[in-house]
Design a protein around this ligand. Structure first.
Ligand code: SAM
Length: 325
């Protein structure tokens, strides 16, 4: 499907839960109490139904995310269901990696093709400070993902001034050693406002200048790994492939956006950085025909904003974990 300004939209990111076993500073405000009641979460059957409709409308790529999608016990079953739908070409997964050591194999067998793992630091203490989690479990998850034979495993690091700088070079070396693309992501205003203070913001331009002191960055203009928004560079000596996601500083960031998001409580959100959402629940509970769902998709697509509103004093009414990253 094309949106109203001609962008081809064929990628649906599906949040299967708003729950997470980590507490990333930039994602989940401390003491957050806004959890959705579990009965509001879409069931596996509802997710399958929505994906069937989306695939019928031309969506081809689907990513399961959250919250932490591996918190959901029926995730392999959900993947199996999606994998059997005609038109579904790629099923990807975004995870913090903490449970991947045990689940990489079953998820690969169920049909997940690509995996993105969040990795903000390689220093265990700093990793815990940023995420509240255990780095050793994540590293075991990354190694399990590589062994499970996914077509692509990427690393995601959210940039925070005062935290990320000492980690950048170790992360680059880690990415190079294991042959994993590393994406460095600008902090977006999707958590508590004090976290998103200017003082915490580290622009990708500055990070590129820091890395350029260590190695030569060779642009890879033809490379859009998995059609994401990153601009990729190959580091000449280390060989690392590093993608820079300038969500805030790149004025052209939304020009090729091909995504729509589905929140775990059934809201279709055409833009991460805009409050507009369409509730699909009225077409799901009680179950009415698929035409109603199709119409909701089409209407939402027509309303997809040309660009996010992050630069316009955007207030995170719904935080990242509740939208699905
Ligand atoms: N728990 C899974 C994970 O860690 O990938 C899936 C959900 S998480 C919200 C998806 C991605 O969003 C992660 O790469 C995370 O680092 C990123 N993210 C979360 N909050 C962000 C923020 N405020 N700015 C930029 N990226 C953010």
């Amino acid at each position: 499907m094309n949106d109203s300004i001609g962008r081809k939209v064929d990628y649906l990111r599906i949040s299967v839960t708003d729950r997470c076993n980590e507490r990333c500073l930039y994602c989940l405000p401390e003491g957050y109490k806004g959890w959705e009641p579990r009965e509001e979460h879409l069931t596996a059957e509802e997710i399958t139904r929505i994906v069937k409709v989306a695939a019928g409308l031309g969506f081809r790529k689907f990513r399961l995310t959250g919250g932490e999608p591996l918190m959901r016990d029926d995730l392999p079953a959900i993947v199996c269901g999606l994998n059997s739908i005609s038109g579904v070409e790629v099923i990807g997964l975004s995870t913090n990696g903490t449970r991947l050591a045990a689940l990489a194999q079953p998820l690969r067998a169920a049909g997940v093709r690509t995996v993105n793992v969040s990795l903000d630091a390689l220093d265990p203490g700093l990793y815990r400070q940023i995420t509240g989690g255990d780095l050793a479990a994540v590293l075991a998850g990354i190694h399990a993902a590589r062994a499970a034979g996914f077509e692509r495993v990427k690393l995601n690091c959210v940039l925070m001034r005062g935290k990320s700088e000492p980690e950048l070079w170790p992360l680059v070396l880690f990415a190079a050693e294991h042959g994993l693309p590393l994406r460095l992501i600008e902090l977006m205003p999707l958590s508590r406002s004090d976290v998103l203070d200017e003082r915490n913001f580290l622009p990708v331009g500055e990070v590129m200048r820091q890395l350029a002191k260590k190695d030569e960055l060779i642009p890879q203009p033809d490379l859009r790994e998995g059609h994401g928004p990153a601009k990729y560079y190959r580091l000449k000596h280390t060989g690392a492939l590093v993608g820079f996601i300038g969500a805030l500083t790149n004025q052209a960031f939304c020009e090729n956006c091909n995504k729509v998001r589905l929140t775990s409580d059934g809201k279709l959100r055409p833009c991460l950085g805009d409050h507009l959402e369409t509730d699909l629940k009225p077409a799901l509970r009680p179950k009415i025909n698929d035409t109603a769902l199709q119409n909701l998709f089409e209407t939402t697509l027509r309303l997809k904003p040309a660009a996010h509103s992050f630069r316009s004093n955007y207030q995170p009414l719904r935080i990242m974990t509740a939208i699905g990253g």
